[in-house]
Design a protein around this ligand. Structure first.
Ligand SMILES: *Cc1c(COP(=O)(O)O)cnc(C)c1O
Length: 348
C-alpha cells in the first residue's frame, strides 16, 4: 500500500480514538459529530500542541457547531448553480467540477459542511459524465477547477482519467486543482503524482494554509515537489476567528508561504454557513489585516481579501478605502497613511 493511503486509513474518525490523544469531553461532542462527522489525519493531529490552538480549532469538533443560528446550509446558492450534477457554473468562463466528496481532514469551518463529508465515498467516474459533457458543449468555458471534497483523495489513476478527459476538450485552456492535501495529508504529494500532473499543463494548484504553524518540513516538501513539477502554487486562506484573525499571524503566514514557493491568492471572509458562526470575524477585521499587509510587505505576499456574496452572486474583492476622486484628480493614500494628489491624464 502506498504510504499516503496507509496514513489516510489511520485517520481518526471516532471520539474514542481522539480521546487517546487529546483531552476532550466525549459525551458533549457526540451530538456534534453525529451531525458533522469527524475526520482528522494523524499528520495534522500531530501539529496540535495545546487545547484550542489554531490546529485544534480548525479540526476538533466544538459544541458551538450546533448553536441555533439563522445561517444557511447553502449561502452561495451552489445547489441552484449546479446545472448538472457535480458541476457549479457561476462565472462565464470557468466552472467548478466536484470530483470527490471526501477530505483527509474535515475542517470544522467548511463551506460545504452541510452537504459533504457524510455518507458516500468517492464520486465514481460515471457521475462525472454529465459535468464533462456540459463543459464539452459550452465553448465559453476556458477553465475547470477540480474541487470537492478533495480531488487528491482520488487515486493517481482516477485523477489521470479525469485529466485525460478534460484535456480532450479543445476549448479548455487551464486546469486548476483546489486541494488541502499539502497541509492535511502531505504524504499524498508523491513523485508519481507529480509526474502525472505535469503532463497536463497548464495546470495550477491552489491549496489552503491558514496558519504559519501548518508550514512544516512535510508540507513544505509537498509544495516543493509540486513546484518542481512546474505547477504554479496559490493559497486561499480562510479568515478564522481565534485562528488567524491577527495581522501579525497573517503577515508571517503570507511571508512564509513565499519561502515555500506558494503565492498568496485570496483571504476569504467566512461564508454565512450554518454550523460555522463561531469562526466568523467582522469584515473590518479583514480590512485591518489587508491594511497591515499592503505596502508593509512584498506585493507578492499580499492576497486579495474577498467576500463571496450570498445567493451565488460571486466574489468581491474588498479594499481599504484609499482612493478618492475629484474630477480629474485622484487623492491616493499610501501604506503610511499619507495622501498624495495624482492628476489623471485625459482620454483621447
Ligand atoms: C470561487 C469560485 C470560482 C473561482 O473564482 P476565481 O476568482 O477565479 O478564483 C469559480 N466558480 C465558483 C462557483 C466559485 O465559487
Amino acid at each position: 500500500m502506498e504510504r499516503w493511503k496507509k496514513t489516510l486509513s489511520e485517520s481518526i474518525t471516532s471520539l474514542d480514538e481522539l480521546a487517546r490523544f487529546l483531552p476532550i469531553d466525549i459525551e458533549s461532542l457526540q451530538p456534534v459529530i453525529s451531525r458533522y462527522p469527524l475526520r482528522i489525519t494523524r499528520t495534522y493531529l500531530n501539529l496540535i500542541r495545546e487545547k484550542d490552538d489554531p490546529i485544534w480549532r480548525q479540526s476538533i469538533p466544538d459544541r458551538r457547531e450546533l448553536e441555533q443560528d439563522d445561517l444557511s446550509i447553502d449561502p452561495l446558492n451552489e445547489e441552484n448553480l449546479t446545472c448538472v450534477p457535480g458541476l457549479i457554473h457561476r462565472y462565464p468562463d470557468r466552472v467548478v467540477l466536484l470530483v470527490s466528496s471526501v477530505c483527509p481532514t474535515l475542517c470544522r469551518f467548511c463551506t460545504r459542511k452541510n452537504r459533504m463529508g457524510g455518507e458516500g465515498g468517492l464520486i465514481n467516474q460515471n457521475s462525472l459524465e454529465p459535468g464533462l459533457e456540459y463543459i464539452k458543449r459550452s465553448p465559453a468555458i476556458r477553465e475547470v477547477i477540480l474541487s470537492g471534497g478533495d480531488p487528491l483523495l482520488l487515486t493517481d489513476d482516477e485523477l489521470e482519467k479525469i485529466l485525460i478527459r478534460v484535456r480532450k476538450i479543445p476549448h479548455l485552456e487551464v486546469v486548476r486543482i483546489h486541494t488541502r492535501a499539502p497541509v492535511t495529508l502531505p504524504e499524498r504529494i508523491t513523485f508519481r503524482l507529480c509526474r502525472i500532473l505535469k503532463q497536463y499543463h497548464p495546470l495550477y494548484l491552489n491549496t489552503q494554509f491558514n496558519h504559519p504553524i501548518e508550514i512544516t518540513p512535510l508540507s513544505a516538501n509537498a509544495c516543493a515537489l509540486l513546484a518542481d513539477a512546474g505547477i504554479p502554487l496559490g493559497n486561499q486562506t480562510v479568515l478564522l476567528r481565534g485562528v488567524n484573525d491577527d495581522p501579525g499571524v497573517m503577515k508571517r503566514l503570507m511571508q512564509k508561504l513565499l519561502t515555500i514557493r506558494v503565492r498568496p491568492y485570496y483571504i476569504h471572509q467566512m461564508d454565512l454557513v450554518k454550523g460555522t458562526g463561531h469562526f466568523r470575524t467582522s469584515v473590518q477585521k479583514g480590512l485591518d489585516i489587508v491594511e497591515q499587509l499592503r505596502g508593509h510587505t512584498s506585493g507578492m505576499a499580499t492576497p486579495s481579501y474577498v467576500i463571496d456574496l450570498p445567493g451565488g452572486k460571486g466574489k468581491v474583492a474588498v479594499l481599504p478605502d484609499d482612493v478618492r476622486r475629484q474630477g480629474q484628480t485622484f487623492f491616493l493614500r499610501n501604506y503610511l497613511g499619507e495622501i498624495t494628489e495624482y492628476a489623471d491624464s485625459k482620454e483621447e
